[in-house]
Design a protein around this ligand. Structure first.
Ligand code: GSH
Length: 101
């Protein structure tokens, strides 16, 4: 499973929601709190080109904020990125049932 890094601040409802989503999937998150760390904030800006928190990275892939991650999850794209599934649309079981025509 690739490392998941999340830039956060102390009072951040979107960060809480993002951490809950990943926690429900059993994914460990390295949290980098930028609140009192200007160097870390510059790092987040440089890596994401965004100023809001959270900013989430799965390995080297910039997922974005909570909304971006939730949308990826709804499209079935998050689990494969996290290494939890390699069948993003869940076609595997149905496809084998259909068989060749
Ligand atoms: N759509 C973004 C919203 C993120 C957001 O608004 N975060 C707040 C903290 S919870 C923030 O960074 N506010 C500061 C700002 O908007 O400059 C997401 O889902 O991550």
């Amino acid at each position: 499973m690739p490392k998941v890094v999340m830039y956060t601040t102390n009072m951040c409802p979107y960060c809480v929601r993002a951490k809950m989503l990943l926690s429900h999937k059993g994914v460990p998150v390295e949290e980098l709190n930028i609140q009192r760390d200007p160097a870390l904030m510059r790092e987040m800006l440089a890596r994401s080109q965004r100023r809001t928190v959270p900013q989430i990275f799965v390995g080297d892939v910039h997922v974005g904020g909570y909304d971006d991650m939730a949308a990826m999850d709804a499209r079935g794209e998050l689990d494969p990125l996290l290494g939890l599934s390699d069948d993003p649309h869940g076609y595997g079981a149905d496809a084998s049932e259909d068989g060749p025509t």
